[in-house]
Ligand binder design. Structure first.
Ligand code: UDP
Length: 239
Protein backbone atom coordinates (compact mmCIF):
# COMPACT_ATOMS: atom_id res chain seq x y z
CA UNK A 1 0.00 0.00 0.00
CA UNK A 2 1.07 3.54 -0.70
CA UNK A 3 2.27 6.01 1.90
CA UNK A 4 0.02 9.04 2.27
CA UNK A 5 1.28 12.44 3.42
CA UNK A 6 3.60 11.59 6.32
CA UNK A 7 2.44 12.74 9.70
CA UNK A 8 4.26 15.40 11.65
CA UNK A 9 2.81 14.29 14.98
CA UNK A 10 0.49 11.42 15.87
CA UNK A 11 -1.15 9.89 18.90
CA UNK A 12 -1.00 6.11 19.11
CA UNK A 13 -3.45 4.23 21.33
CA UNK A 14 -2.34 0.74 22.38
CA UNK A 15 -4.86 -1.50 24.09
CA UNK A 16 -3.65 -2.76 27.45
CA UNK A 17 -4.89 -6.24 26.70
CA UNK A 18 -2.10 -6.90 24.24
CA UNK A 19 0.60 -6.01 26.80
CA UNK A 20 -0.48 -9.01 28.85
CA UNK A 21 0.03 -11.42 25.95
CA UNK A 22 -3.36 -12.97 26.70
CA UNK A 23 -3.17 -13.13 30.49
CA UNK A 24 -3.15 -10.76 33.45
CA UNK A 25 0.14 -8.90 33.87
CA UNK A 26 2.93 -8.13 31.43
CA UNK A 27 4.55 -10.08 28.63
CA UNK A 28 7.92 -8.30 28.23
CA UNK A 29 8.54 -9.89 24.84
CA UNK A 30 5.35 -8.34 23.46
CA UNK A 31 6.28 -4.93 24.87
CA UNK A 32 9.79 -5.24 23.41
CA UNK A 33 8.39 -5.91 19.93
CA UNK A 34 5.98 -2.99 20.15
CA UNK A 35 8.79 -0.70 21.34
CA UNK A 36 11.01 -1.75 18.43
CA UNK A 37 8.27 -0.83 15.96
CA UNK A 38 7.65 2.55 17.56
CA UNK A 39 11.41 3.26 17.63
CA UNK A 40 11.64 2.60 13.90
CA UNK A 41 8.93 5.16 13.18
CA UNK A 42 10.48 7.73 15.54
CA UNK A 43 13.82 7.36 13.76
CA UNK A 44 12.11 8.20 10.48
CA UNK A 45 11.09 11.54 11.97
CA UNK A 46 7.49 11.30 13.14
CA UNK A 47 6.63 12.77 16.54
CA UNK A 48 4.78 10.24 18.67
CA UNK A 49 2.53 10.47 21.72
CA UNK A 50 1.14 7.26 23.20
CA UNK A 51 -1.83 6.33 25.36
CA UNK A 52 -1.94 2.78 26.75
CA UNK A 53 -4.99 1.05 28.16
CA UNK A 54 -5.01 -1.09 31.26
CA UNK A 55 -7.18 -4.04 30.31
CA UNK A 56 -4.37 -6.49 31.13
CA UNK A 57 -4.67 -5.43 34.77
CA UNK A 58 -8.10 -4.07 35.65
CA UNK A 59 -11.21 -2.77 33.96
CA UNK A 60 -13.49 -0.75 36.22
CA UNK A 61 -16.69 -2.01 34.61
CA UNK A 62 -15.61 -5.63 35.13
CA UNK A 63 -14.75 -5.12 38.80
CA UNK A 64 -18.10 -3.40 39.26
CA UNK A 65 -19.91 -6.56 38.15
CA UNK A 66 -17.98 -8.39 40.91
CA UNK A 67 -19.26 -6.00 43.53
CA UNK A 68 -16.75 -3.14 43.65
CA UNK A 69 -17.64 0.53 43.69
CA UNK A 70 -17.28 1.71 40.10
CA UNK A 71 -15.28 4.86 40.72
CA UNK A 72 -12.76 3.12 42.97
CA UNK A 73 -12.42 0.27 40.48
CA UNK A 74 -11.84 2.81 37.72
CA UNK A 75 -8.98 4.34 39.71
CA UNK A 76 -7.45 0.85 39.92
CA UNK A 77 -7.83 0.64 36.16
CA UNK A 78 -6.03 3.95 35.74
CA UNK A 79 -3.17 2.83 37.99
CA UNK A 80 -2.84 -0.29 35.83
CA UNK A 81 -2.24 1.86 32.76
CA UNK A 82 0.74 3.47 34.51
CA UNK A 83 2.48 0.10 34.89
CA UNK A 84 2.08 -0.40 31.15
CA UNK A 85 3.53 3.06 30.53
CA UNK A 86 6.63 2.28 32.61
CA UNK A 87 7.12 -1.04 30.82
CA UNK A 88 6.90 0.61 27.40
CA UNK A 89 9.19 3.42 28.56
CA UNK A 90 11.80 0.88 29.58
CA UNK A 91 11.78 -0.95 26.27
CA UNK A 92 11.72 2.26 24.24
CA UNK A 93 14.79 3.53 26.12
CA UNK A 94 16.51 0.21 25.42
CA UNK A 95 15.85 0.94 21.73
CA UNK A 96 17.65 4.27 22.17
CA UNK A 97 14.51 6.42 22.12
CA UNK A 98 14.18 9.21 24.68
CA UNK A 99 10.87 9.10 26.48
CA UNK A 100 8.82 10.82 29.13
CA UNK A 101 5.83 9.45 30.97
CA UNK A 102 3.17 11.99 31.96
CA UNK A 103 0.32 10.91 34.19
CA UNK A 104 -3.09 12.43 34.80
CA UNK A 105 -2.81 11.37 38.46
CA UNK A 106 0.30 12.93 39.98
CA UNK A 107 3.00 10.47 41.04
CA UNK A 108 6.26 12.40 40.96
CA UNK A 109 8.59 9.49 41.66
CA UNK A 110 7.66 7.65 38.50
CA UNK A 111 6.37 10.24 36.05
CA UNK A 112 5.86 13.89 35.23
CA UNK A 113 2.40 15.33 35.69
CA UNK A 114 0.40 15.85 32.51
CA UNK A 115 1.45 19.27 31.20
CA UNK A 116 0.30 19.64 27.57
CA UNK A 117 2.75 22.37 26.55
CA UNK A 118 5.64 20.45 28.03
CA UNK A 119 4.49 17.31 26.23
CA UNK A 120 4.61 19.24 22.95
CA UNK A 121 8.17 20.45 23.70
CA UNK A 122 9.27 16.89 24.45
CA UNK A 123 7.90 15.68 21.17
CA UNK A 124 9.50 18.53 19.24
CA UNK A 125 12.81 17.32 20.67
CA UNK A 126 12.13 13.82 19.38
CA UNK A 127 11.07 12.33 22.69
CA UNK A 128 8.14 9.96 22.83
CA UNK A 129 5.61 11.03 25.45
CA UNK A 130 3.61 8.24 27.06
CA UNK A 131 0.40 9.36 28.74
CA UNK A 132 -0.68 7.37 31.79
CA UNK A 133 -3.63 7.15 34.17
CA UNK A 134 -6.15 7.95 31.44
CA UNK A 135 -7.96 11.21 32.04
CA UNK A 136 -7.53 10.84 35.79
CA UNK A 137 -11.31 10.55 35.95
CA UNK A 138 -13.54 7.54 36.57
CA UNK A 139 -16.20 6.69 33.95
CA UNK A 140 -13.82 7.55 31.12
CA UNK A 141 -11.92 5.19 28.84
CA UNK A 142 -8.45 5.32 27.41
CA UNK A 143 -10.02 5.38 23.92
CA UNK A 144 -11.66 8.70 24.74
CA UNK A 145 -8.54 10.07 26.42
CA UNK A 146 -6.53 9.24 23.29
CA UNK A 147 -8.75 11.52 21.20
CA UNK A 148 -8.57 14.24 23.87
CA UNK A 149 -4.77 14.11 24.13
CA UNK A 150 -4.45 14.05 20.33
CA UNK A 151 -6.52 17.23 20.14
CA UNK A 152 -4.78 19.03 22.97
CA UNK A 153 -1.23 18.28 21.85
CA UNK A 154 -2.17 19.00 18.22
CA UNK A 155 -1.69 15.65 16.53
CA UNK A 156 -2.51 15.12 12.86
CA UNK A 157 -4.38 11.90 13.65
CA UNK A 158 -5.23 9.43 16.37
CA UNK A 159 -4.32 5.82 15.58
CA UNK A 160 -5.99 2.94 17.43
CA UNK A 161 -3.94 -0.26 17.40
CA UNK A 162 -6.26 -3.19 18.08
CA UNK A 163 -5.58 -6.86 18.52
CA UNK A 164 -7.74 -9.48 16.87
CA UNK A 165 -9.47 -7.09 14.45
CA UNK A 166 -7.89 -5.36 11.43
CA UNK A 167 -10.22 -2.38 11.17
CA UNK A 168 -13.86 -1.42 11.46
CA UNK A 169 -16.47 -3.83 10.09
CA UNK A 170 -20.10 -3.29 9.05
CA UNK A 171 -21.02 -5.36 12.13
CA UNK A 172 -19.11 -7.28 14.82
CA UNK A 173 -17.26 -9.94 12.76
CA UNK A 174 -17.26 -12.30 15.74
CA UNK A 175 -21.08 -12.28 15.81
CA UNK A 176 -21.92 -11.73 12.14
CA UNK A 177 -19.98 -13.81 9.56
CA UNK A 178 -21.39 -11.61 6.77
CA UNK A 179 -19.68 -8.50 8.20
CA UNK A 180 -17.26 -6.81 5.81
CA UNK A 181 -14.30 -4.55 6.52
CA UNK A 182 -14.61 -0.86 5.70
CA UNK A 183 -11.63 1.06 4.28
CA UNK A 184 -13.19 4.43 5.05
CA UNK A 185 -16.07 5.59 7.19
CA UNK A 186 -17.52 8.80 8.63
CA UNK A 187 -18.04 9.38 12.34
CA UNK A 188 -21.71 9.86 11.63
CA UNK A 189 -21.93 6.36 10.13
CA UNK A 190 -19.91 4.83 12.95
CA UNK A 191 -22.24 6.33 15.52
CA UNK A 192 -25.55 5.63 13.77
CA UNK A 193 -24.52 2.03 13.01
CA UNK A 194 -23.34 1.68 16.59
CA UNK A 195 -19.94 0.30 15.55
CA UNK A 196 -18.17 -0.09 18.86
CA UNK A 197 -14.56 -0.91 17.93
CA UNK A 198 -13.73 2.45 19.49
CA UNK A 199 -16.11 3.86 22.07
CA UNK A 200 -18.82 6.34 21.14
CA UNK A 201 -17.35 9.19 23.20
CA UNK A 202 -14.09 8.93 21.23
CA UNK A 203 -15.98 8.96 17.93
CA UNK A 204 -18.00 12.03 18.86
CA UNK A 205 -15.00 13.94 20.21
CA UNK A 206 -13.16 13.35 16.92
CA UNK A 207 -16.25 14.19 14.89
CA UNK A 208 -16.88 17.50 16.67
CA UNK A 209 -13.25 18.55 16.30
CA UNK A 210 -12.57 17.09 12.84
CA UNK A 211 -9.72 14.88 13.97
CA UNK A 212 -8.80 11.99 11.67
CA UNK A 213 -8.81 8.50 13.13
CA UNK A 214 -7.34 5.24 11.92
CA UNK A 215 -8.18 1.84 13.39
CA UNK A 216 -5.79 -0.98 12.50
CA UNK A 217 -4.50 -4.33 13.69
CA UNK A 218 -1.21 -4.42 15.55
CA UNK A 219 -0.86 -8.13 14.75
CA UNK A 220 0.55 -7.88 11.23
CA UNK A 221 4.32 -7.64 10.72
CA UNK A 222 5.46 -4.04 11.23
CA UNK A 223 1.89 -2.70 11.33
CA UNK A 224 2.54 -0.20 14.12
CA UNK A 225 5.48 1.32 12.22
CA UNK A 226 3.42 1.43 9.05
CA UNK A 227 0.49 3.17 10.70
CA UNK A 228 2.76 5.71 12.40
CA UNK A 229 4.34 6.49 9.04
CA UNK A 230 0.96 7.19 7.49
CA UNK A 231 0.36 4.00 5.52
CA UNK A 232 -3.27 3.32 4.67
CA UNK A 233 -3.87 0.20 6.72
CA UNK A 234 -7.05 -0.69 8.58
CA UNK A 235 -9.95 1.77 8.48
CA UNK A 236 -9.81 5.54 8.13
CA UNK A 237 -12.56 7.50 9.92
CA UNK A 238 -13.21 11.13 9.07
CA UNK A 239 -15.75 13.83 9.84
N1 UDP B 1 -10.05 4.37 33.26
C1 UDP B 1 -10.79 5.41 33.84
N2 UDP B 1 -10.65 6.67 33.34
C2 UDP B 1 -9.85 6.95 32.27
C3 UDP B 1 -9.14 5.87 31.66
C4 UDP B 1 -9.25 4.61 32.17
O1 UDP B 1 -11.53 5.20 34.78
O2 UDP B 1 -9.75 8.12 31.88
C5 UDP B 1 -10.10 3.02 33.87
C6 UDP B 1 -11.34 2.20 33.50
O3 UDP B 1 -11.72 1.45 34.61
C7 UDP B 1 -10.83 1.29 32.40
C8 UDP B 1 -9.42 1.01 32.86
O4 UDP B 1 -9.00 2.25 33.44
O5 UDP B 1 -11.59 0.10 32.32
C9 UDP B 1 -8.45 0.54 31.81
O6 UDP B 1 -8.57 1.32 30.63
P1 UDP B 1 -9.26 0.74 29.28
O7 UDP B 1 -10.37 -0.19 29.63
O8 UDP B 1 -9.57 1.89 28.43
O9 UDP B 1 -8.05 -0.10 28.68
P2 UDP B 1 -7.96 -1.03 27.37
O10 UDP B 1 -9.31 -1.67 27.17
O11 UDP B 1 -7.62 -0.15 26.22
O12 UDP B 1 -6.88 -1.98 27.67
Amino acid sequence: QTVSTPYNRVLLKLSGEVFGGGTVGLDPEVVRQIAAQIAEAVRSGVQVGIVIGGGNFFRGAELQTKGMDRARADYMGMLGTVMNCLALQDFLEKEGVDTRVQTAITMGQVAEPYIPRRAIRHMEKGRVVIFGAGAGMPFFSTDTVSAQRALEIKCDAVLYAKNGVDGIYTADPKLDPAATKLDTLTYDEALTRNLRVVDAAAFSLCMDNKLTMRVFSMDGEGNITRALRGEKIGTLVTA
